[in-house]
Design a protein around this ligand. Structure first.
Ligand code: BEZ
Length: 252
């Protein structure tokens, strides 16, 4: 991953990420007092939700910027720095939970991540997660790809959005028994008049690294936003075309 996040803006303007995560947390069917790792905990908002449900929580994230916010907001929670595809816990946990993280991990690193999660869980431990599934933000990425091409650049898709069958097979190969899997559309309202441009600026960073000037980056983002206006600006509000993949599995 290794992205330098604008963690304050993320916390202020993209709080829907953890708000939607509440319903993922509800999928955890473990007794109070169970130990839970929040993998890719970001600003810790969902780690706190899990703590308030009575779990013994630990949050892990690679981003120092997010961990500063998490530790400041929830000083009584244990937050540690770690790479989701290369970590070991000192003690295994009963549940690994993750929201809106795995699409940031390259396809060729997913197996490493699943291995780490497997090792981090007790036998019969639960693995509950949601991230971007096949077709996630397809309209947005297609518009960006079109404008990149008009400007003579190749748009490299920076995310991994798997189909359910592909991911369930990967999970089974890693030793998990998948008990629940779903892929669903979740159109998501964005904040403010510039909601879509802000979303692009926050989340789509690496494809823009090949664009020569800041002015051209701005122009490309603006053109993509105009292409998308008819489809994604509805009754005065911007929406992103999110598709989620959600699974619940047991480590056997
Ligand atoms: C997501 O949560 O699906 C997501 C967010 C930002 C960029 C890519 C995917």
């Amino acid at each position: 991953m290794n992205i330098k996040w604008n963690a304050n803006k993320y916390t202020e303007d993209f709080s829907f990420v953890h708000q939607y995560g509440n319903s993922v947390a509800e999928l955890i069917d473990a007794a109070k007092g169970s130990s839970v790792l929040d993998l890719g905990c970001g600003n810790g908002a969902l780690t706190k939700v899990l703590r308030d449900k009575g779990y013994l929580v630990k949050g892990m994230d690679e981003s120092k910027e997010f961990l500063v916010i998490a530790k400041e907001k929830y000083p009584d929670i244990d937050f540690i720095q770690g790479d989701a595809a290369d970590f070991t816990l000192s003690e295994p946990v009963d549940v690994v939970f993750s929201n809106a993280v795995f699409h940031w991990i390259n396809k060729d690193k997913q197996r490493d991540m699943l291995k780490c999660v497997y090792k981090a869980l007790n036998k019969d431990g639960r693995f509950v997660f949601e991230f971007g599934g096949h077709g996630n933000n397809k309209k947005i990425h297609s518009a960006l790809a079109r404008v990149f091409s008009e400007h003579g650049y190749c748009y490299r898709m920076p995310f991994y959005f798997p189909r359910i069958g592909e991911y369930a097979a990967m999970m089974e190969n890693a030793g998990f028994e998948v008990q629940y899997a779903v892929l669903f559309d979740r159109p998501t309202e964005l904040k403010g008049e510039d909601g879509l441009k802000d979303w692009i600026n926050m989340f789509v960073k690496t494809p823009f690294s090949i664009v020569k000037t800041e002015q051209e980056k701005e122009m490309i983002a603006d053109k993509a936003v105009e292409i998308l206006r008819d489809d994604l600006f509805i009754n005065g509000k911007w929406y992103a075309d999110y598709v989620r993949i959600r699974m619940k599995a047991v480590r056997v």
